[in-house]
Design a protein around this ligand. Structure first.
Ligand SMILES: Nc1ncnc2c1ncn2[C@@H]1O[C@H](COP(=O)(O)OP(=O)(O)O)[C@@H](O)[C@H]1O
Ligand SMILES: [Mg+2]
Length: 273
């Protein structure tokens, strides 16, 4: 499994006096097989960072490396083979409609993801659509249905299956549970955790919700104004925050402050809480 490194990344929108620097000289790594949580308030630049990593917005400065090799840089396009390696990083968005064509059956959408992965690695055996639907706990006999026939939670599972179809080594999950009913949010988060355990895939888990980041991640990074203001093991950052911004974020979440109950870091019993 691969290591993702984001080095000195700058992303700007617009030019001149009205330019917005959404990501401002940011460094962040996702180690092989870990879940890194990225938390920060709305507008702090989390989605822009994610979109730059997968190549949806250009870099003004800095570089994105996979296993030490640059796959995206600010200065020109990397060699074709390296860009192809970029497919090893897949992203799932808040709104599954962004990644699912409403006219295509869910099986067709997942199959498209397989085709994308095949270009990156022709020799590897590809998982098939049925196997991918099973992996996200959907009924493989439902491959013919359209996205609108599914619930929001089921659509998000399809988006996850489509991303996994490309056989990624890094998955970026940007607010994947934020638009879902509270009743199904937990199921989608637990599914992500199970997939992480089964495959060892590295995950950059992005959310404005500190409680869910704390629940899922091994390490976390706190983002504010386009910068990382604090990073470290999740327990350490939530129990002993150093940055004033992190302290404010934690005190704003009832029940998450050190010593209080609320959502446990691990399933009941593990933390002795
Ligand atoms: N396409 C865009 N054009 C102009 N400004 C943008 C664009 N996308 C994001 N921004 C700006 O960049 C900043 C960070 O936004 P975003 O990355 O969406 O934050 P977050 O995901 O943390 O809520 C905001 O000020 C936002 O208005
Ligand atoms: Mg966002």
């Amino acid at each position: 499994m691969s290591v993702l490194e984001i080095r000195d990344l700058v992303v700007r929108f617009g030019t001149g006096p009205r330019a917005v620097t959404a990501v401002d000289h940011l460094d962040l790594s996702v180690g092989a097989g870990s879940i890194v949580g990225l938390v920060g308030e709305s507008g702090s630049g989390k989605s822009t960072l994610a979109r730059a990593v997968v190549g949806l917005v250009p870099l003004a400065a800095g570089e994105i490396l996979l296993d030490g090799e640059p796959i995206r840089t600010a200065a020109g396009r990397p060699r074709r083979e390296l860009r192809e390696r970029g497919r090893l990083i897949q992203m799932v968005f808040q709104d599954p409609y962004a990644s699912l064509n409403p006219r295509m059956s869910i099986g067709e959408s997942v199959a498209e993801g397989i085709a994308a992965g095949r270009r990156a690695d022709r020799s590897a055996r590809q998982p098939d659509v049925r196997e991918l639907l099973e992996r996200v706990r959907l009924n493989p006999d439902d491959a013919h249905v359209l996205p609108r026939q599914l619930s929001g939670g089921q659509r998000q599972r399809v988006a996850l299956a489509r991303a996994l179809a490309a056989r990624p080594e890094i998955l970026i999950a940007d607010e994947i549970s934020s638009a879902l009913d509270v009743s199904v949010q937990g199921a989608v988060l637990n599914l992500l955790r199970e997939i992480h355990r089964e495959t060892g895939i590295g995950v950059l888990f992005i959310s404005h919700n500190l409680a869910v980041v704390r629940y899922l991640s091994d390490r976390m990074a706190v983002m504010s104004g386009g910068r990382i203001v604090e990073t470290g093991p999740t327990e350490q950052v939530t129990e002993h925050p150093r940055a004033p911004y992190t302290k404010a974020l934690i005190s704003a979440v009832p029940g998450i402050a050190a010593g209080a109950g609320g959502i446990s870091r691990r399933p009941a019993g593990a933390a002795g809480a």
